[in-house]
Design a binder for this molecule. Structure first.
Ligand SMILES: C[S@@+](CC[C@H](N)C(=O)[O-])C[C@H]1O[C@@H](n2cnc3c(N)ncnc32)[C@H](O)[C@@H]1O
Length: 407
């Protein structure tokens, strides 16, 4: 048994650099063109790496579940107001930045159940699923239709799912059309790439000027997100978001030094010539994970005219720091097998949101096979790092923001 595990680890950690050097020989690196228009932070949920579907949703699923109380509180008020006004039109729910829909599935089924219990089985419910156009909408369709391991969306009664491939930083639905909007772990993605981070991959590795640009874009994006949802919400409607954020100079972390090991692994690959300097430069995580409470309050504190015109009210802002839940994280003094499981879990958590960052940084002149091979090597190195640092307990830092559109 131990021998099998050792072999498995060796297979996934000791890929010879020569293989990659051979693959790269003769390929001229292409300077990646800085193009704000074709930036798509595509999510990739299926991993060739672990041979299974990577389960970011088990981890990020917490995000939806962490704001469950706020969602049900808002829904309760929406339902009461409908009962008072004898409203008959469909109840409309929207999930912005849904990825493959798995993270919000149980929460949305609970919402549907609640609506049907309070307003009757015949009450029509429309569920809008939004993500950026390059998302895997085929997978989303399979998930909500119950063609994966998940039971899918509850279709008992009048329940209608609708997919919206469009950036959430624009209005995606008509004015006054949504009762309840939710969004979890999505608003940190910037709507466009405003710089190339010269000395790293993440915002924390950026220089002052780069950081300032990202912060400014993050501010504009959060305003656009809030105003767009504000237009879409019906008067009396609620927006509940769970956002990646920072606290005491820390962000969510899968490693002891936060995201820095992810950047160091890539810079090692550049130093070793496995990727070119241009590719290293082109590899950026285009997201602002460092917002703080006042950044979420900003559109309200600055009295942005649209916010007032729409009658938007900031109901609450709640900072949450919490260790990620998995039995493997609780084991002290891990043996070889535990370390291996730990390292696989860490890669499974990071892979879905980070695969595209590595893959898209690689030169267009490379073949798809080369790109996959280099990306795999990146994650193999990450697994090795996690194996060697398996005492760490990953944690999340999120901020829940609840907004209401007043009547
Ligand atoms: C980390 S995933 C979160 C998925 C899910 N909501 C969860 O809680 O696990 C972030 C999602 O936001 C999406 N996203 C990023 N930028 C977006 C944009 N401008 N418009 C809509 N969705 C976007 C990504 O494609 C991705 O599916």
């Amino acid at each position: 048994m131990a021998k099998t595990l050792i072999l498995l680890l060796l297979r996934t950690t000791s890929v010879k650099n020569d293989d990659y050097d051979d693959a790269i020989v003769g390929k001229e690196s292409e300077s990646a063109v800085f193009d704000v228009v074709c930036y798509f932070p595509t999510m990739k949920m299926n991993s060739r790496f672990t041979g299974d579907v990577d389960d970011m949703y088990n981890v990020h699923g917490h995000a939806g579940n962490l704001c469950r109380e706020a969602v049900l509180e808002g829904l309760g008020r929406i339902v009461n107001s409908r009962l008072e006004n004898m409203a008959t039109e469909p109840v409309t729910i929207a999930d912005f930045g849904t990825a493959d829909g798995r993270a919000s599935l149980s929460l949305i089924n609970e919402i549907i159940e609640f609506i049907q219990k309070e307003l009757g089985q015949k009450q029509a419910v429309v569920v809008y699923y939004n993500d950026q156009p390059m998302d895997d909408f085929n997978l989303l369709s399979k998930v909500i239709s119950g063609y994966t391991q998940n039971p899918g969306l509850t279709f008992i009664g009048n329940v209608y799912p609708v997919m919206i491939p469009r950036t959430m930083y624009e209005q995606c639905l008509p004015d006054n059309s949504i009762d309840l909007a939710i969004s979890t772990v999505a608003t940190h993605y910037l709507s466009k790439q405003v710089c190339k981070i010269k000395n790293g991959v993440f915002m924390e590795e950026a220089d002052d000027e780069e950081q300032e640009r990202m912060r400014e874009q993050g501010k504009a994006d959060w305003r656009d997100f809030v105003i767009s949802r504000g237009r879409e919400l019906k008067p009396g409607g609620f927006l509940v978001t769970m956002n990646t954020s920072s606290c005491d100079n820390e962000v969510s972390a899968a490693f002891e030094n936060g995201n820095r090991p992810l950047g160091s692994i890539l810079s090692d690959m550049a130093t070793e010539g496995i990727i070119t300097q241009d590719e290293y430069l082109a590899t950026n995580y285009n997201a602002h994970c460092w917002r703080q409470t006042e950044d979420f309050q900003e559109p309200f504190a600055s009295a942005v005219p649209e916010i007032e015109e729409l009658g938007l009210e900031l109901v609450s802002v709640r900072l949450i720091k919490r260790c990620q839940q998995h039995p493997i994280f609780d084991i002290v003094n891990k043996d070889f097998t535990d370390k291996l499981k730990f390292s696989q879990r860490i890669v499974a958590m990071v892979y879905p949101w980070f695969h595209h960052v590595i893959y898209r940084g690689l030169a267009d002149s490379r073949t798809e096979d080369e790109k996959e091979m280099i990306t795999d090597q990146y994650f193999q190195r990450m697994q090795k790092y996690a194996f060697e640092h398996s005492d760490f307990k990953p944690y999340l830092i999120f901020t829940e923001v609840v907004i209401k559109r007043n009547m």
